[in-house]
Design a protein. Structure first.
Length: 343
């Protein structure tokens, strides 16, 4: 699980211990101590802890429905389908943003962040669309290369009508592609996230979450997409399968599976899994929190996912969340230490 940054965290823990840094686990900060417009400490576990500087590095707000509604309306629009992939970390409640706001810090980056695709039957970190299927929107039209990176697909999906898409495939494609470990392992990024295995699909075909029909027209009706457009999309896609290339969206999958043999299947997919929140506190070039007028709030610094001014509208690619934390966490730490030594 090295991609989660565990090795980096352990190295930081070791370094902190070597320098005598005390870590107070289980001590939720309830407020900042603010005097004369500046931050000079925190309140935690009923104790006032005074300091020359406070650095907020509390992560995002992916497990706080109220903050999702306020700061990320696109995610909130998915209703009960929205969930956070770091649900195992229930403390990502946006506390740091609320603390910063209480001291006058400005929140920026509203309605930005990374949402990745997931099928309607299996909330988990799938991240990628099934590249072996054809993906269409509510209008029955393709809009993306099915092997697009997760840093691209979620944004495009949420620009589609009703923010929904459908993976369309037939029985032979499911049996061949989902039995190929080289294909399936691409999607199993999270323990227990086996969405595109045959047994999982069979289960959800039986319970009705995966729509099935003996004709494309009937499948369109059951999935509630345009039958005429879907039939045209399937016909065009089958030509690409015969040619072995995708001149429309340039999918680079090893094989393009045709959609010809009943039964046919449709899986609804939404980009509703929260990976990274991009709304948060605004800072200056030195990691200092600023207010809505761009003025520095003395004594308050911030870094990592609690920030709302570092990654803009797009998550660029793998590792950016960790890079954000390392880069801006260090920036805040170095400058807080420098500023404190100057006092």
């Amino acid at each position: 699980m090295c991609w989660r940054g565990g090795g980096i965290v352990q190295s930081l823990i070791n370094a902190a211990g070597a320098h005598g840094v005390e870590v107070a686990l289980g001590s939720r900060v309830s407020g900042l101590i603010v005097e004369d417009g500046g931050v000079c400490g925190v309140r935690a576990a009923g104790v006032d802890l005074r300091a020359k500087a406070v650095i907020v590095t509390t992560g995002g707000f992916g497990n706080n429905p109220d903050m999702i509604r306020r700061l990320w309306p696109t995610a909130a629009a998915h209703g009960s389908r929205v969930f956070s992939i770091y649900a195992a970390v229930p403390f990502n409640m946006g506390d740091g943003i609320l603390l910063g706001e209480s001291a006058g810090a400005h929140v920026t980056g509203i309605d930005n962040g990374l949402l990745v695709p997931n099928p309607n039957f299996a909330p988990g970190l799938d991240a990628f669309l099934p590249e072996w299927a054809m993906v269409v929107n509510r209008d029955g039209r393709r809009f993306i290369a099915e092997d697009a990176p997760y840093a691209v697909s979620g944004y495009l999906l949420n620009e589609q009508p009703e923010m929904r898409c459908f993976a369309i495939f037939d029985e032979p494609a499911m049996l061949e592609a989902c039995a190929d470990e080289n294909v399936v392992k691409h999607y199993v990024n999270d323990p227990g996230s086996d969405s595109w295995r045959v047994a999982v699909l069979r289960k959800n075909i039986a319970n009705g979450r995966v729509k099935t029909a003996d004709s494309i027209e009937e499948l369109a009706k059951r999935a509630d997409v345009s039958a005429r457009a879907l039939a045209a999309s399937v016909a065009r896609y089958n030509k690409f399968a015969d040619q072995g290339e995708d001149p429309e969206y340039f999918k680079k999958a090893k094989k393009i599976y045709p959609i010809r043999t009943a039964p046919f299947y449709a899986v609804e997919i939404r980009a509703s899994a929260i990976v990274s929140c991009h709304a948060g506190l605004e800072i200056d070039n030195f990691g200092r929190a600023i207010d809505r007028f761009g003025e520095v709030i003395p004594g308050l610094y911030a870094g990592g996912e609690v920030l709302g001014c570092t990654m803009g509208r797009r998550y660029i690619g793998g590792g950016m969340g960790i890079a954000n934390a390392l880069t801006f966490g260090r920036l805040a730490g170095v400058n807080a230490a420098r500023d404190c030594s100057a006092l």
